[in-house]
Design a binder for this molecule. Structure first.
Ligand code: HEM
Length: 396
């Protein structure tokens, strides 16, 4: 039996993906979904929103419209809600975020350097995106730590249980999976509604924005805010974790970076290509469609292999190598493609660059513990280390 390309419990199965690209570019997974392995097919499919609709849910799960995540909302409403989300994320361009991230990274490294060892994922990687997205949304700094925890709770439910099944029990939804998180978001909304002078932040903007002449309901606002907090957090964490794992396992790369900081953004892109934080996207097929001679019927689940596409030999030379001399380093599919392409990509790149830049500025030497074996995170679509135990020496 062919190994399942979706089974990343022991890491993304790159050898299986290479075989599929070579001989069976549209295959069936263990759960019966169709799997697209080649770069060109995945890119074309991300653009084909008339046929492929995002789907995080298990079959039979009913999603009330107010709890549809932005990725699930069909056009044209999707485009309208996306414009609101984009305007919130774009706040980082006004230069408010860079000093915040730099200071945060420095503060986190102080303790690690003083001790000379620690788990980089827990002590450096995880707090960065959680605090940044919470900061952007105007969350009280004292509560930033709770966002990483809530994000884990939601993501580890894989959204599959977020809404009740047909005929099933009530009381699920975000409020069922993470009641404190839902209550926290509801309170942020209520405070701004009650205030005569609400802060100029994303929550206030969302409250005042209309779509099709109507405001979002409180439940729609909760849904979109929760998704933004989670999507900005889980993914960027794995980008930073994957990069640091690579850099701390390769002394010559670490030294090159310390000698030439202009290589940092190139490492960010190559890490996104080589080890994308989301290795697969799930879709529902809405109409029969033929790809590579295989008919995918309406109603089927379809998996877009982002990690597979990013290692396609038709697109990249020596795709398994981590190289800093690729001609079009940014042309990868780590952020997806088409109308749902990640609106947080530039923020994620900024966080990745600063996390690595500050690390190589402050740390002279870093080594992953002997015998380290990567333990992947327990989220089927995510690709990142759960722990990264290192010893490190601070720079003079
Ligand atoms: C390295 C970090 C990140 C990676 C690898 C990543 C990856 C992706 C991918 C692959 C998609 C497409 C999903 C689909 O087509 O179903 C996506 C969508 C999305 N991402 Fe990101 N993302 C990252 C960071 C962020 C950040 C920092 C934010 C927010 C601040 C964010 C917010 C979103 C949102 C709201 C969507 C849905 C867009 C839509 O459906 O129109 N992401 N992301």
């Amino acid at each position: 039996m062919v190994a399942d390309p979706l089974d990343a419990t022991a890491g993304v199965p790159y050898d299986v993906l290479a075989d599929l690209r070579g001989g069976c570019p549209v295959s069936r997974t263990g759960s019966g979904a169709y799997f697209l392995a080649r770069f060109d097919d995945v890119l074309a499919a991300t653009k084909n929103v008339a046929v492929f609709q995002a789907s995080f849910r298990a079959p039979g799960v009913v999603v009330p419209p107010e709890e549809q995540l932005i990725s699930e909302i069909p056009e044209p409403r999707h485009g309208k809600i996306r414009r609101i989300i984009n305007s919130a994320i774009a706040q980082h361009r006004i230069g408010r975020v860079e000093p915040f991230v730099r200071q945060l990274c420095n503060d986190l490294l102080d303790g690690l350097i003083a001790r000379g060892r620690g788990d980089l994922v827990a002590e450096y990687v995880t707090p960065i995106p959680a605090s940044v997205i919470a900061h952007l949304l105007g969350v009280d700094p004292a509560d930033h730590g709770r966002f990483a925890e809530w994000s884990d709770v939601v993501v580890q439910s894989s959204y599959a249980t977020l809404n009740r099944r047909e005929g099933g029990a009530e009381g699920e939804g975000l409020a069922g999976v993470a009641p404190d998180f839902a209550a926290y978001i509801d309170a942020m909304i209520a405070e701004r509604k009650a205030s005569p002078d609400p802060p100029d932040d994303f929550v206030t903007r969302l409250l005042n924005t209309t779509v099709d002449g109507q405001r979002l309901t409180d439940l729609e606002m909760r849904t979109q805010l929760a998704f933004l907090l989670v999507s900005g957090n889980e993914t960027t964490r794995h980008l930073i974790g994957n990069m640091l794992e690579t850099v701390c396992s390769d002394v010559s790369l670490f030294e090159r970076l310390r000698g030439d900081r202009s290589l940092v953004p190139i490492v960010v892109e190559e890490s996104l290509r080589h080890d994308p934080p989301i290795h697969v996207l799930m879709r529902d097929c809405l109409k029969d469609v033929e790809i590579e001679g295989v008919t995918i019927p309406a109603g089927a689940k379809v998996a877009f292999g982002l990690a597979s596409a990013n290692r396609d030999t038709d697109t990249y030379d020596d795709p398994d190598d981590f190289r800093l001399d690729r001609p079009s380093a940014r042309d990868h599919l780590a952020f997806g493609g088409g109308p749902h392409v990640c609106p947080g990509a530039s923020l994620a790149r900024l966080e990745g660059r600063l996390a690595l830049e500050v690390f190589v500025e402050r740390v002279a030497e870093a080594h992953v513990d002997d015998g380290y074996r990567r333990e992947p995170v327990p989220v089927f679509w995510a690709n990142g280390p759960q722990h990264l135990p290192v010893t490190l020496t601070g720079a003079a």
